[in-house]
Design a protein around this ligand. Sequence first.
Ligand SMILES: [Zn+2]
Length: 281
Amino acid sequence: MMVDGWNVRALSTGRFRLDGGAMFGNVPKVLWSRKHAADDKNRIELELRVLLAEGHGRRVLVDTGTGNQWDAKEQAIFDVAAGDEPGVCSALRAAGVDPADITDVVITHLHFDHAGGVTRRGSDGPVLTFPKARHHVQRTNMETASAPNEREKASYLVRTVGPLSGADLHLVDGGEEILPGVFVEPSDGHTTGLQTVRVGAGDGAVVFVADMFPTAAHVPPAWTMGYDLCPRTLMKEKRAILERAVRSGWALVLEHDPFRDAVRVMEKDGRFEAAEDVAIQ
Ligand SMILES: [Zn+2]
């Protein structure tokens, strides 16, 4: 899909499973299980989608999947693969892109299922997967990931965050146009310093909303996750994005949705819902 001189594609870096109850917070299972069937461990299957934007002399990757540094116990819990290289590298090659040619890695936040592929297993511990790339992350997210609170300790992993101190690191303070026509906006409801990534200045932009809207089922503001740090903050932030998305025909890319890359949304009787599936390719 072409947007403002960027060729934008959604790529699958693999799948994993998380507890369905945790994914839907206080939404009853009788409601969420109609949209996502649970397995015998109450887990639902989720996508690990990333965005590739090529243009303006840059190759930009938004998020990196879970990476491949998983021990046997973690693989069993999350039903996650640990291949010879991070899934994001295989996904890039399948799309005809050499991982060494990535110029920018935009990290929505440093939770392991978004930034796990930022590092890979080296002979002497974790090393950067994209050592030549510029890495863009919100300063407040880097701070919270470096000294995580008790609630999020299991999501911010030292093997992901540690090597970033040696990266070409752009610590972003709030909203910014980080590349021509690529805008990041901060959000604090899911975790401190998440950033959404919008490609396109005008109508019809593509917006990578990360864990603010992990699946299409999470479009209604009140359908939040048990993982969210501040659901009330998140509901306000979701509403603000939804209002702009309806007005401007934005495609919201759904990082964890196993059924569709993205949706356009509509408002009906004061309620927001997914109106149309959009393929980002
Ligand atoms: Zn997250």
